[in-house]
Design a protein around this ligand. Structure first.
Ligand SMILES: [Zn+2]
Ligand SMILES: [Zn+2]
Length: 130
């Protein structure tokens, strides 16, 4: 699940990191454990860009990317009840991003990490829609 496996272009702009965070707050599993997310359509790992878009390595072909807020998540437990959950509040979104940033710390150099944090917070603020 290397970031270099994801072709540049389309929504893959700037720095991207693996999508690792917990379920949305209202998920029935009530778990706060961060996990790696896979794109439901293709089963490949998901990544998040500094602009807040989620994509997989097939994003230029059969899969499309989408803004974090518009994404639906299903963990093993919610899969059993066939329910999907979404981040509905900025508070939970920021909580999830703290896990993403934590994971990013292991793969980004200081400079890239600072840029990533600045940019993603700016973009969430700018692109969040009610
Ligand atoms: Zn869950
Ligand atoms: Zn995909």
């Amino acid at each position: 699940m290397s970031v270099s496996s994801v072709p540049k272009g389309g929504l893959n702009q700037g720095v991207i990191v693996p999508l690792i965070f917990q379920c949305p707050g209202d998920c029935e599993c009530k778990s706060s454990q961060p996990k790696t997310w896979y794109h439901a359509k293709c089963g490949d790992p998901s990544f998040i860009t500094e602009f807040g878009d989620i994509l997989c390595k097939n994003h230029l072909k059969e899969c499309s990317g989408y803004f974090f807020q518009d994404a639906f998540f299903q963990c093993q437990m919610s899969n059993k009840s066939n329910t999907w959950y979404q981040y509905k509040s900025q508070t939970f979104l920021l909580l999830a991003l703290s896990f993403v940033i934590n994971a990013a710390e292991f793969i980004l150099e200081n400079n890239d990490l600072n840029n990533f944090i600045n940019q993603i917070l700016k973009q969430v603020h700018k692109r969040w829609h009610n």
